[in-house]
Design a protein around this ligand. Structure first.
Ligand code: CU
Length: 150
C-alpha cells in the first residue's frame, strides 16, 4: 500500500516536471482546475521542508507531502488559532490509529516513509501554518508558515 502510494506520487511528480519544462503555468498561480504543486517533506528532526511557503490570495495549492521520517506525522493547515483548536481535538485520537485516518479537515496523516496529497484553496489573506500535532511535535517546532499575498 505504501509502496504504491510512493510510486503514484513519483509518477505525478515526473509528469509535473515535464509540464514545467514547457508550460509557464507551472510557475504561475494555481487554480482549482489546475492547482500549483508544492512539495513538502516531513523529517525525523520534526520539521517541514520548506519551512516557509508563499502563495497568492485565491490560489489553490496541491501539497505533495512526503514523510521521510520513521514515525507518522500529520500536515494540518489552518491559522494559528485553528492549530490550537485542532491540537485539543487531536489529543483524543489514540496514537496508534492517528495515521490510519486519511483526512481530517484540511489535514492528512502520513504514515512512516509514506506520502500523501492535500489540496487547499487560500481565499483569505491570513498567515497560515501547516502543523503536526502528534504528541510533542508542534511544541518541538514541527510547523511551516504559509504567507498569503494579494
Ligand atoms: Cu509530527
Amino acid at each position: 500500500m505504501v509502496g504504491s502510494l510512493i510510486l503514484r506520487t513519483a509518477l505525478v511528480l515526473a509528469a509535473a516536471g515535464l509540464l514545467g519544462a514547457c508550460s509557464p503555468a507551472a510557475t504561475g498561480v494555481g487554480t482549482s482546475a489546475s492547482p500549483r504543486t508544492v512539495e513538502l517533506t516531513m523529517t525525523d528532526q520534526l520539521t517541514f521542508e520548506p519551512a516557509r511557503i508563499q502563495v497568492r490570495r485565491g490560489e489553490t495549492i496541491r501539497f505533495v507531502v512526503r514523510n521521510a521520517s520513521k514515525v507518522g506525522h500529520e500536515a494540518y493547515v489552518g491559522t494559528e488559532e485553528e492549530q490550537q483548536v485542532h491540537a485539543q481535538k487531536h489529543g483524543l485520537v489514540p496514537i496508534d490509529r492517528q495515521w490510519t485516518t486519511s483526512h481530517m479537515g484540511y489535514g492528512i496523516h502520513v504514515a512512516p516513509l509514506g506520502s500523501g496529497v492535500l489540496v487547499v484553496k487560500f481565499d483569505q489573506p491570513y498567515q497560515y501554518v501547516i502543523g503536526c500535532h502528534y504528541p510533542g511535535h508542534y511544541a518541538a517546532g514541527m510547523r511551516a508558515v504559509i504567507e498569503v499575498a494579494e
